[in-house]
Design a protein around this ligand. Structure first.
Ligand code: BGC
Length: 808
């Protein structure tokens, strides 16, 4: 491609505008006469979902075979930056073979609640950890000349009504929790692109949010790639372009391209903004072009092996009474649970991969032990949620002669999908009852879990061991077998808290919420920030995970004991493997302000390292803390600010298992900095265990009155009205029915299928404008505007407009 400035000077206004929407579902347009190639972008994030066949339509379940690497939930539990970098490189190799230039991922949204249907696609409840992992993933992919799309920017934390919901968040929570992970990834890895989220943030669509896109992302963080919409997230095209959103996906979007042209012609849009957008898109196409002609073939076996080792580091040993694990090869094991033969290894939705191969736990165990040591009974049916007494009885019988019982349980497909939040944190009754029945018949029971986010464990005291396997991808089963039999020493740790009960979470009363707004009332007190600040008991804390060996922490040294807020602090310590097995330890560093004039979390993760140690071996770990490790976002000066005072440096093996502690005194160089009243609201300064945050306090915190959260009767319908809210209109009802009928066909074909369930749950929340994306060539913007008039009761006027637009 020639020089971008020259290219732009040769383009017509129409050509420039047209580059701002995709060519189809999965391509960015090229311009042949100027030698600009069209490039392919595709899902993501933990494998390649390159749609087979016609890319003008959305096909969720027909993609080319690709390695299904562990999902984000599992990758995050590895806390292993180098390993994730390697996975990123492998993903890039698959993209290269398939001529895909940009992979749509990773997802760095914060796990605000264990219920979000897409938690399996996200890393953590903690922004630092999330940012670090996203950074490694992006660096890995991009090191081979393939781009990424960091998503969903930002505050897309629930699936319910995700396309219109208004996330009401205070500035500190936004900066310190919901943007901070993106910030690390952007500043330290420069993803080629970002994907703007569907939702609104404080009233403005994320894809046309000037503060988030222009001011923060581009100006403050220095992002030099481009931003695309999530699929169908475009609201007002010209506003979005002005706000810093370059590419509308999917395309083509002729109506919106024309809007851009008209806005330039009538002086509403400065052509320089369009030129800047086109420049950003062309820069990325030019980067992609460098690898487009490379001939590359990846090695599926090598990738499968990498997927296995990545999954094995993501397995978290949660409980191991009397060191029952690892199992001995000669132990007679009753393996129970259909998930041992039909593995649950990924979630549904846009990340659904057609794996190159799938391992199962039964076969992988048999490879280690031989068949004679293992019996198998299903205990429940793969999709079954209802208790199946017969299968349970059979399983109980099978346990009688075994030395040890291993039960594979967790969440079925239909519980975790894009577009669909869970409404409770329980496992299906069929699984819980099975565990209960087996533990009454046998005293040595190990539970292996396959799930993408936390579950309640009513049986926790009845079992001797628990392995959290997460959704470990196509080779996850082998990883579980390796950990069960001690071929691999478990080294994963939770990247999220497992609360005892759903209602223990500070967000539980406010999640999910709607139909119009979701209030982030708990502010910065997400996950362990809440539990640790109020000393509330949890099932398993953030950062927790056992090993088959033990580690000793010692010699914590702070290089300085007093620094200014402009200096970094160097921390070092030693870790020793004090057990008998080689193992890896994840050392975590938390910072805790001793006192503060504003509300703060008791502790915050600010550093970590993962080290491998042979028995008796000792290593020194060094972590450097810069000023951000101590700062909070001061809303009065709209900047990060470090208060003068003492800060504890806590080093531990989890967020509640602190092994070493010291203190640093920091002197701020910024004097007389004002503090906003809202940064020190008493209800947030002294939060209670109940996790309740009143409306008055929350309004003070956000600085405005709570927006309306109800659908208003007789309100005019707009392009943003969800299909489910058009009941009051005859035409709206018919439209809704028509859409539901189409979905019912899908559901009929596979009643418990997660994709069908996802579509069914999403359809009511989809705004009218998304029909443009679903209608392909058959529907244009003018036709939709005609339809909207009809829905609003102007039947003939609308019909006329619709027919006219259909003819043109
Ligand atoms: C999802 C994105 C995905 C896109 C394309 C959207 O529905 O939110 O994560 O990349 O579809 O499949």
């Amino acid at each position: 491609m020639e020089n971008i400035k020259n290219l732009i000077s040769k383009m017509t206004l129409e050509e420039k505008a047209s580059l701002c929407s995709g060519a189809d579902f999965w391509h960015i347009k090229g311009i042949e006469r100027l030698g600009i190639p069209s490039i392919m972008i595709t899902d993501g994030p933990h494998g390649l979902r390159k749609q087979e066949g016609d890319t003008a339509e959305l096909g969720l379940e027909n993609s080319v075979p690709a390695t299904c690497f562990p999902t984000a939930s599992s990758l995050a539990a590895t806390w292993n930056r180098d390993l994730i970098f390697e996975v990123g490189q492998a993903l890039a190799e698959e993209c290269k073979q398939e001529k895909v230039s940009i992979l749509l991922g990773p997802g760095a949204n914060i796990k605000r609640s264990p219920l979000c249907g897409r938690n399996f696609e996200y890393f953590s409840e903690d922004p630092y950890l999330s940012g670090q992992i996203a950074k490694s993933h992006i660096n890995g992919v991009q090191s081979l000349g393939i781009g990424t799309s960091l998503k969903h920017y930002a505050a897309n934390n629930q699936e319910y009504r995700r396309m219109t919901i208004n996330a009401v968040i205070d500035e500190r929570a936004l900066r310190e929790i919901y943007l901070a992970g993106f910030e690390i990834a952007v500043k330290e890895a420069q993803p080629w692109t970002l994907m703007g989220a569907y939702n609104r943030v404080n009233g403005i669509y994320a894809c046309e949010h000037p503060d988030q896109l222009c001011k923060i992302l581009k100006e403050e963080w220095g992002h030099d790639g481009f931003v695309m919409t999530d699929w169908g997230a475009m609201n007002e095209r010209v506003d979005a372009l002005e706000a810093g959103l370059e590419l509308e996906m999917p395309g083509p979007s002729a109506g919106n391209d024309i809007k851009i042209v008209e806005a330039v012609k009538n002086g509403k849009l400065d052509e320089a903004i369009l030129d800047e957008a086109v420049t950003r898109i062309l820069k990325i196409i030019a980067k992609a072009e460098e690898t487009l002609t490379d001939d590359f073939k990846y090695d599926p076996q090598a990738h499968h092996a990498l997927a296995r080792s990545a999954a094995s580091e993501g397995v978290v040993l949660l409980k191991n009474n009397d060191s029952l694990l690892p199992l001995n090869k000669d132990t007679k094991v009753a393996l129970i649970g259909e998930m041992a033969k039909t593995p649950r290894y990924q979630g549904a939705g846009s990340s659904l991969i057609q794996p190159t191969q799938i391992d199962n736990i039964y076969d992988e165990i048999v490879k280690i032990t031989g068949e004679e040591k293992i019996t198998f009974t299903p205990g429940y049916t793969v999709k079954g949620i209802e208790v199946n007494e017969e299968l349970i009885e059979e399983a109980v019988k099978s346990s009688k002669d075994a030395d040890i019982v291993v039960i594979c349980a967790g969440l079925p497909d239909s519980y975790e999908a894009e577009g669909l939040d869970r409404d409770h944190m329980r496992m299906p009754e069929s699984h819980n009852k099975l565990i209960d029945a087996i533990t009454k018949a046998h005293s040595k029971v190990i539970v292996v879990l396959s799930n993408g986010s936390p579950v309640e464990m009513p049986w926790i005291d009845q079992v001797e061991g628990i392995l959290e396997g997460y959704l470990g991808g196509q080779a996850g089963a082998g990883a579980i077998a390796d950990v069960l039999y001690g071929i691999i020493n478990p080294s994963g740790k939770l990247a999220e808290t497992f609360p005892k009960r759903l209602e223990d979470n500070a967000s539980s009363e406010y999640f999910p919420s709607g139909p119009k707004t979701v209030e982030y009332r708990e502010s910065i007190f997400v996950g362990y920030r809440f539990f640790n600040s109020v000393d509330k008991d949890v099932l398993f804390p953030f950062g927790f995970g056992l090993s088959y060996t033990t580690f000793e922490y010692k010699n914590l040294k702070l290089k300085q004991n007093k620094i200014s807020d402009q200096e970094s602090l160097e921390v070092s310590l030693k870790v020793k493997n004090s057990g008998k097995t080689t193992g890896k330890e994840i050392v975590q560093l938390y910072v805790s302000p001793v006192s503060s004039k504003v509300f703060r979390s008791k502790i915050e993760l600010k550093g970590f390292d993962k080290v491998e140690l042979k028995p008796g071996e000792e290593k020194e770990i060094s972590i450097t803390l810069d000023r951000r490790a101590f700062a909070y976002y001061n809303t009065e000066i709209s900047d990060w600010y470090v208060e003068s005072g003492d800060y504890k440096i806590l080093v531990g093996s989890s967020s509640i298992d602190i092994r070493l502690e010291d203190q640093i005194s920091i002197e701020s160089t910024q004097k007389n900095i004002p503090i906003a009243e809202k940064d020190k609201i008493p209800a947030y300064m002294n939060i209670s265990k109940s996790g309740k945050f009143g409306q008055v306090d929350f309004e003070k915190l956000i600085g405005y009155s709570l927006p309306n959260n109800q659908v208003i009767k007789n309100e005019a319908f707009t392009m943003n009205t969800p299909l489910g809210d058009m009941e009051a209109s005859f035409i709206g009802r018919q439209l809704g029915k028509m859409m539901e009928k189409q979905i019912e066909e899908l559901v009929k074909a596979d009643p418990d299928g997660a994709t069908a369930l996802m579509m069914k749950s999403m359809i009511k929340g989809m705004p009218l404008r998304t029909l443009l994306m679903m209608g392909g060539d058959r529907l244009n913007r003018e036709m939709l505007e005609g339809l909207l008039q009809m829905i609003n009761g102007k039947f003939f006027k609308g019909l006329f407009a619709l027919i006219k637009a259909g003819r043109s």
